[in-house]
Design a protein around this ligand. Structure first.
Ligand SMILES: Cc1ncc(COP(=O)(O)O)c(C=O)c1O
Length: 396
């Protein structure tokens, strides 16, 4: 079934009873009643399908999880209270019965880097980093470290590198390691990592999938071998997303492929305009023929879809020049997120990568003049007009 169709139908109308809601409602109950203790015992024990306690499952969560499983072509999902909670659950799941060692991409969202370095490494997990776009380096690092899992993003945040996820999956599997892929930036419209051999996919639902800037959530989608562990861990660690947010996320997802197509189209136009703007330095966008991963992008992404993030350097600017640009915007929203219907700009050095040292940021290619733009669904002429007038303000 096409992703547009799955987004609209998957997960709904699963309830029994005389009145079946067309779209799944909010089930706010935290516990469930059965007519006798024997039936409750069977549900608790997993011998009879059903819900007992909301930390273990709830019809609103189950509907959203069925929908995300369908979108990513996985075996099962766990809706979590944030994208970071989802990443944490994915790594715990992968390492439960493997060597406590993570080989991570050297280009990652700042909080993911911090989860690895300030939470997992102090707990004794061996954390190492590699350039995932260099397959020989990945193979050597796997051989040396023997990681329990690999962690990468399909389109890296914020400089938009694209590694060959299918080839990395082969290397990971040969070494008995799980490949965890954060697919937040690419979304299942561009790429479905489990279908390409990854074990686990993670999303910040907060971004493109929910898409309206009104939900904080995450989801872990796993293949069959990891799903029982994921579910068992969730029962004791309790990361579940609340039913109200599940409802909002599901409502948002129904239009996600439509929004994402439009956002990708707008982003291509914005990247092209920024490239010729005299006040803009380097522009990072996966459509660029000179992109270092152009071959991987042409092979892995559908024609015409390159994601909806455009990152660029403000020529001659430092922190103050970037602030001036952001303050001069009239419609584009300076914000700390991405993927919403409205166009947003973010300053990685202040926001997504703030907790990372300036030296480490520089190693990641994140300079003080780097600006990240999440392109929305507005009329592209309005986005371009606002960017152009703000860029015309002197940078220094
Ligand atoms: C690529 C990526 N992964 C994960 C996250 C974390 O998501 P959340 O803020 O929902 O915890 C973010 C947040 O910006 C992100 O950009």
């Amino acid at each position: 079934m096409n992703i547009h169709t799955k987004a609209v139908h998957a997960g709904d109308r699963k309830e029994a009873g005389p009145h079946i809601p067309v779209t799944t409602p909010i089930h706010a109950a935290s516990s469930y009643f059965y007519k006798d203790a024997e039936e409750l015992d069977r549900v608790f024990g997993g011998d009879q399908p059903g819900f007992s306690y909301a930390r273990y499952g709830n019809p609103s969560n189950a509907a959203l999880e069925e929908l995300t499983t369908a979108l990513e072509g996985g075996h099962g999902s766990l809706a979590c209270s944030s994208g970071m909670a989802a990443l944490q659950m994915a790594i715990l799941t992968a390492l439960t019965d493997r060597r406590k060692a993570v080989l991570a991409a050297d280009a990652l969202y700042g909080a993911t880097f911090n989860l690895l370095m300030t939470v997992l490494a102090p707990l004794g997990v061996d954390v190492r980093f590699v350039n995932m776009c260099d397959l020989d380096a990945v193979a050597r690092a796997i051989e040396e470290q023997k990681p329990g899992c690999l962690v990468m993003e399909t389109i890296s945040n914020p400089i938009l590198r694209v590694a060959e996820v299918d080839k990395i999956a082969i290397l990971a599997r040969a070494a008995g390691a799980a490949l965890i892929v954060d697919n937040t930036f690419a979304t299942p419209l561009l790429l479905r990592p489990i279908e390409l051999g990854a074990s686990i996919v993670v999303h910040s639902l907060t971004k493109y999938l929910a898409g309206h800037g009104d939900v904080l959530g995450g989801v872990v989608i796993s293949d069959e071998p990891h799903f029982a562990t994921l579910t068992a861990l969730s029962r004791v660690t309790g990361p579940a997303l609340g039913p109200f947010d599940c409802f909002l996320a599901m409502r948002g997802i129904k239009t996600f492929p439509l929004r994402m197509e439009r956002q990708c189209e707008n982003a291509s136009r914005v990247a092209a305009a920024l490239t010729v703007n005299p006040n803009v330095g380097r522009v990072y966008f996966p459509r660029d023929h000179a992109h270092p991963d152009a071959a991987a992008i042409a092979r892995l992404f559908p024609a015409g879809l390159y994601g909806a993030i455009v990152t660029f350097e403000l020529k001659g600017a430092g922190r103050e020049g970037v602030f001036r640009f952001m303050n001069a915007l009239k419609m584009v929203v300076p914000a700390t997120s991405l993927g919403d219907v409205h166009t947003m700009t973010l300053y990685p050095a202040m926001s997504s990568h703030r907790e990372i040292s300036p030296k480490q940021r520089a190693r990641m290619g994140i300079g003080d003049n780097l600006v990240r733009l999440s392109v929305g669904i507005e009329a592209v002429e309005d986005i371009l007009a606002d960017l152009e007038q703000a860029l015309a303000c002197p940078a220094s």
